[in-house]
Design a binder for this molecule. Structure first.
Ligand SMILES: NC(=O)c1ccc[n+]([C@@H]2O[C@H](COP(=O)([O-])OP(=O)(O)OC[C@H]3O[C@@H](n4cnc5c(N)ncnc54)[C@H](O)[C@@H]3O)[C@@H](O)[C@H]2O)c1
Length: 382
């Protein structure tokens, strides 16, 4: 196996999922490259050292620029808050490193364009971590749509619901809570949650041509942890938008952090001429499927347990025995596998979004924010 030295920037929620994924991917999937946890970087030395020890990194840094300068790093993985993605990604590309970046790519399409230009100019492999593509049940939904089983698609329907910011005493800023600070996050549920749904939707159902949106900020001011002052909240707490896809289908997307009772409820449903599919995050190993062509005596929604290892269910032949499930963390393992496979060349079809693909999602997010302000329909890409 050829070694691929990874330098990870950030050791929070995603730092953990990615570190785990780099360790597991070559154990379960055949790849030419073996990721080596060469170094992890975060600003707090005590924390980053403990993180490095726990996950088995060979070294750590407290300044991301030093990490990028190192000759012994092949790929930089950015798992820090959104507002630092651009600077880190461009510096990494300019240093000739492969760049993997968490989503959304930039704070806005202008930033994303600079990032795309940097990786393309440097000619370095790049990927954005829209990990829901790598959930086996979602990959199966795409296979079913691609196979034509659903026929013409009429509807795409999405909810992405949470309830963790209802309390006005939840502060903004700082670890985890940078999501509530518009300067760090760029937007609220639009870039944090809907970006995932938009990437999944365009991957399965093709490009979005136009949208119209409304957003709301229910809690207008919150204590900022970094300044110690009560400050205006600049993010969208909730967002609903309508979309038209290029294939003629129409969509309804809704996301909020104010849906009491829903901690992380991502659901989508696709209705086609012949069949429908639906999927929900709390039961992520299941795919619901309804086929009008079934015999009427047994026609109804099937609840497919996505765990067959005979090739019918994506990724599952590399895991346990039929009937045994995998979970959220495996989507990142599959992401690493897909990235490593792409480095080998060959005819393996790329399943992950590049920077350029992810910029399309950023354009939709920007159009949503603009539409909500101007109360107009927005055409994407002119
Ligand atoms: N794909 C997914 O499902 C998913 C889920 C959650 C978050 N994300 C994305 O992952 C990224 C990180 O989110 P998170 O939830 O892990 O955040 P987090 O707050 O848990 O962790 C962020 C980490 O970045 C580090 N950091 C911040 N600024 C830094 C700097 N200047 N230099 C070095 N390190 C720095 C922090 O110390 C912390 O370790 C965001 O872009 C977010 O949108 C993706």
């Amino acid at each position: 196996m050829e070694k691929l030295n990874i330098g990870v920037i950030g050791c929070g929620f995603m730092g953990r999922t990615h570190s785990n994924a780099y360790r597991q991917a070559p154990k379960f999937f055949d790849t030419t490259y073996q990721p080596i946890l060469k170094a992890v970087c975060a600003r707090n030395e005590e924390r980053v050292k403990a993180f490095a020890d726990n996950w088995g990194y060979e070294s750590y840094e407290t300044d991301w620029r030093k990490l990028i300068e190192r000759d012994d790093i092949d790929a930089i993985d950015i798992v820090a808050p959104n507002h630092v993605h651009k600077e880190m990604a461009i510096a990494a590309a300019e240093a000739g490193k492969m760049v993997l970046c968490e989503k959304p790519l930039g704070l806005n399409p202008a930033e994303s364009q600079e990032m795309v230009d940097a990786v393309e100019k440097a000619g370095v492999p790049n990927m954005v971590w829209y990990n829901y593509r790598f959930v086996p049940a979602i990959a199966l939904a795409k296979n079913l749509v691609d196979s034509g089983k659903l026929g013409r698609i009429f509807h795409y329907r999405v909810n992405f619901l949470q309830d963790w910011t209802i309390d006005p005493n939840v502060p903004q800023g700082g670890e985890g809570l940078w999501r509530l600070d518009v300067n760090s996050a760029g937007s609220g549920v639009t870039g944090d949650l809907l970006a995932h749904s938009i990437d999944t939707a365009m991957w399965i159902n093709g490009p979005i041509e136009s949208i119209t949106a409304m957003t709301e900020t229910f809690i207008k001011e919150r204590l900022h942890q970094e300044t110690g002052k009560v400050e205006k909240v600049g993010i969208d707490d909730a967002c609903a938008f309508l979309a038209r896809f290029k294939n003629g289908s129409m969509a309804v997307f809704e996301s909020t952090r104010y849906a009491r009772g829903h901690t992380a409820f991502y659901r989508f449903e696709i209705n086609g001429e012949n069949a429908s599919v639906s999927w929900e995050l709390p039961d992520l190993h299941r795919l619901s499927y309804f086929d009008q062509n079934d015999d009427s005596a047994v026609r109804g929604w099937r609840n497919i347990h996505v765990s067959n290892n005979d090739g019918g269910h994506p990724y599952m032949e590399n895991w346990w025995v039929p009937g045994i499930v995998i979970g959220f963390e495996h989507s990142f393992i599959h992401g690493v596998y897909q990235f490593l496979k792409s480095l080998e060349g060959g005819d393996h079809e790329r399943q992950f979004p590049t920077f350029s693909d992810a910029m399309e999602t950023d354009k939709i997010c920007a159009a949503i924010l603009e539409s909500s302000k101007s109360q107009t329909w927005q055409n994407i890409n002119g």
